[in-house]
Ligand binder design. Structure first.
Ligand code: ATP
Length: 305
């Protein structure tokens, strides 16, 4: 029988956030305020979400050998994660996102993979036995694609389920798609993967059918405030989300994915698992930030009662 272990593989970033009145033009300097360095990266966000929401989570990632990297490893442990496969890369900074937020709410973001680029096939090969013990593996696309492909092959061939949140959007090889048990694109990512412009239930169904044709059993397309369209062995339906006053949707998708895999790993039925994930993501959009906005299990259970 497959282990109950849930493994998340992905990126870790230091988000450097600065508020500005308006973005600087080339050559211009503007004065900002409210500078903060916040924990981010889709891999870390989803791993933290899964751990806070009740999962027994192992994380596979690379951080730099800098202060932020060591603080992140400690924070992951404080959230109850197994960090044996979080590697600190010598002479490398942790991945970084430079984020300017303008007064009108618009973002301007520059990112650099830095240590995340060191999560190579060779680095992953040190942890293949660990990875092979996953009952479920959750990944995104902020890591080298060959590594994502190897991890998917390893877990699928050992009988585990591979879930891919294909963000940021990019075309994927048929080999990778074939090893997935489940894919969870948002509307933009679904369009990049299928060519179908997704905006509602009908277009989501068309996109899901194309992805089923690539060998993926379950397709969940998240539709922001509308909820998520789920198509799998038990049928297809739009499952609406919860209506809340959204303050900041950063990491809504990451919280949804973390909650979804935890609920499925516990054996919840698909529609219950999606409702649990919707609740976790709905709470996160009422709060500011990425990892700072992710709720814990107790908060979600209270929200659902
Ligand atoms: P992000 O990039 O902002 O993290 P995403 O584009 O990956 O998110 P979305 O499809 O926008 O993902 O949202 C994922 C899930 O988050 C939705 O299925 C829903 O559960 C929840 N969600 C997002 N926006 C809202 C909202 N305004 N109100 C309630 N729930 C929301």
């Amino acid at each position: 029988m497959a282990s109950k272990k849930l493994i998340v593989l992905g990126s870790v970033n230091a988000d450097h956030v600065l508020q500005v009145d308006s973005f600087p033009r080339p050559g211009e300097t503007v004065t900002g305020h409210g500078y903060k360095v916040l924990p981010g990266g889709k891999g870390a966000n989803q791993a933290v979400a899964a751990a806070r929401l009740g999962g027994e989570v192992g994380f596979v990632a690379c951080v730099g050998d800098d202060d932020f990297g060591s603080r992140m490893i400690k924070a992951f442990r404080d959230d109850g994660m197994d960090t044996r496969a979080v590697m600190a890369v010598p002479d490398m900074p942790t991945g970084v996102a430079l984020i300017q937020v303008a007064a009108n709410g618009e973002n301007s973001i520059a990112i650099a993979a830095e240590a995340n680029a060191s999560l190579t096939v060779e680095a992953l090969e040190q942890h293949l036995e660990y990875l092979g013990g996953a009952g479920m593996l959750l990944m995104q696309l902020e890591s080298p694609i060959e590594t994502v492909e190897l991890a998917a092959r390893t877990v699928a061939s050992a009988g585990g389920k591979v879930v891919l949140n294909p963000a940021p959007a990019q075309p994927l090889s048929d080999d990778l798609l074939f090893n997935l048990a489940m894919i969870t694109p948002n509307e933009t990512e679904a369009e990049v993967l299928t060519g179908v412009t997704v905006s509602d239930e009908d277009s989501a169904r068309q996109a899901a059918d194309i992805l089923h044709g690539k060998g993926i059993e379950t397709v969940i397309i998240t539709l922001g405030a509308q909820g998520a369209y789920c198509s799998g062995p038990d049928g297809a339906q739009l499952i609406t989300g919860f209506s809340v006053k959204a303050t900041d949707t950063t990491a809504a998708g990451d919280t949804f994915n973390g909650g979804l895999v935890v609920a499925l790993q516990e054996g919840k039925a698909m529609d219950d698992a999606i409702r649990f994930a919707h609740a976790a993501a709905a709470i996160s959009v009422t709060r500011l930030g990425a990892q700072t906005s992710i709720p814990n299990r107790g908060e979600v259970e209270e929200f659902l009662t």
